[in-house]
Design a protein around this ligand. Structure first.
Ligand code: FCB
Length: 444
């Protein structure tokens, strides 16, 4: 199986998950620092204070990326590292860090792909309402102005937001992610102002970097009915509306999905908000980023029209996250998005798997056969989606390094590079060597 000759091979990380130095070097507090230091919020009380110490070890990490042959590297900027209080005064140490990091990446012959927001909101802005405060559109624009002007001479690939569904729903509805709020009204406001912030950021990127390629990254999750029973189909489609169409429709069509808007309004969500504002989210994009991890299969619960139970086939296998391994569902999702929304290009901006692994490794290469099999299946699916007409132009593996997996702390390892959190020693896993071969051959 081989890929188009211009197919882009990359890997991804995010600032809070790897950088460390979360309290020094002039960095302001972010919602994840506050959340992870709140007892009971993160497994084992883990925090991102040190993480992979990438802030200090980035030259070594970039050298490892070069060894694997990465063509592109997707990383995110920490807003409170460059503007510690969210707006106003900037932190020269933070800006210098992203200069050095970007230069190091380019010196290694790797294309830098920057995500503006991968979840580390300045805490002071959360104290003013965070994503549910309409002012955040202006705050985010100020930050976007700063970093696009600073890095735009070198960085030509920009992603505005990482997975706004997670920011809004995990952060403000379920409260399992920072800032840990459980308030449906605030969650829908957060989603709304995330979408508007994306639209404004797209305009700023265009203005400051005319030759940039820019888009958004959404986590898309197939929500499939367990059977052809109309109630299974209905609950699955409803879930699709809340998780997928709530973001896809605004960024491509400038409107919310009508079936879901009705339900949200009837719950008192988005009260007093001018919904036509969401037209501004539909700025022309050069690509859509898809983060793909799993599908859900819904079986309706008799008598409870909005509830469903998950019904996976008995032969399904699952990763350490409890997420089902099923490459075909990713191919189907990519093809569906191409057909229904027709993006100019699609990149898988994250895909990968966690499996249980030891904290300390003594051998030169850690064997991770399950991750190798996972990659084989999903890259085969990526290739299949291209055969089926999707304009899939590249793939970023999650993740280059083991890292701080949000509410799971350091208990879930997604890396193709093992990190010993006591010594900070890096060890390649077999999957890194497997990926290296795929990149070198542009084929499975
Ligand atoms: C995604 C996040 C990423 C990582 C993976 C496993 O939702 O974007 O930071 O945690 O899940």
């Amino acid at each position: 199986m081989s890929f188009p000759s211009d197919f882009l091979w990359g890997a991804a990380t995010a600032s809070y998950q790897i950088e460390g130095e979360a309290r020094g070097e002039g960095r302001g507090e972010c919602i994840w620092t506050r959340f992870s230091h709140t007892p009971g919020k993160v497994a084992n009380g883990d925090t991102g204070d040190v993480a992979d110490d990438h802030y200090h070890r980035y030259p070594q990490d970039v050298a490892l990326m070069k060894d694997v042959g990465l063509q592109a590297y997707r990383y995110s900027l920490s807003w409170p590292r460059v503007i510690p209080l969210g707006t106003g005064e900037t932190n020269p140490l933070g800006l210098d860090f992203y200069d050095r990091l970007t230069d190091e990446i380019m010196k290694a012959g790797i294309q830098p792909w920057v995500t503006l927001y991968h979840w580390d909101l300045p805490q002071v802005l959360e104290d003013k309402g965070g994503w549910s405060n309409p002012d955040i559109v202006g705050w985010f624009s100020e930050y976007t102005e700063l970093v696009t002007k600073r890095l735009g001479d070198r960085v030509k690939h920009w992603i505005t937001l990482n997975e706004p569904w997670c920011s809004a729903s995990l952060g403000y509805l379920y409260g399992v992610h920072a800032p840990g709020v459980q308030d449906p009204k605030r969650a829908f406001l957060a989603a709304h102002y995330l979408l508007l912030s994306h639209g404004e950021a797209m305009k700023i990127i265009r203005k400051n970097i005319p030759d940039a390629q820019a888009g958004i990254t959404l986590n898309l999750t197939p929500q499939l009915p367990a059977t052809a029973h109309p109630d299974d189909i209905r609950v699955a489609w409803r879930s699709d509306g809340f998780s997928n169409r709530w973001y896809l429709d605004p960024v491509f069509k400038g409107q919310y999905p009508p079936d879901i808007v009705e339900e949200v309004m009837s719950m008192g969500g988005l009260e007093g908000v001018d919904l036509t504002q969401v037209q501004e989210a539909a700025q022309p994009m050069d690509f859509l980023g898809i983060n793909y991890y799993m599908r859900w299969i819904h079986k309706h619960v008799p008598g409870k029209p909005e509830e469903s139970e998950f019904a996976f086939p008995s032969e399904s296998t699952f990763t350490d996250m409890g997420w089902e391994v099923n490459g075909k569902a990713m191919a189907d999702m990519i093809v569906r998005v191409q057909q229904e929304y027709n993006p100019k290009a699609i990149y898988v901006t994250e895909n990968g798997a966690a499996y249980p692994e030891p904290e300390t490794v003594t051998e030169p290469v850690l064997e991770d056969p399950e991750r190798v099999a996972f990659l084989k299946e999903y890259l085969g699916a990526a290739e299949d989606s291209i055969q089926r007409g999707a304009k899939l132009k590249g793939y970023f593996l999650w993740s280059f390094l083991d890292n701080f997996e949000w509410a799971y702390g350091y208990t879930k390892r997604f890396g193709i590079t093992h990190v010993d959190y006591t010594t900070q020693k890096r060890t390649p896993k077999r999957s890194a060597l497997y990926y290296k071969d795929i990149i070198a051959n542009n084929a499975l």
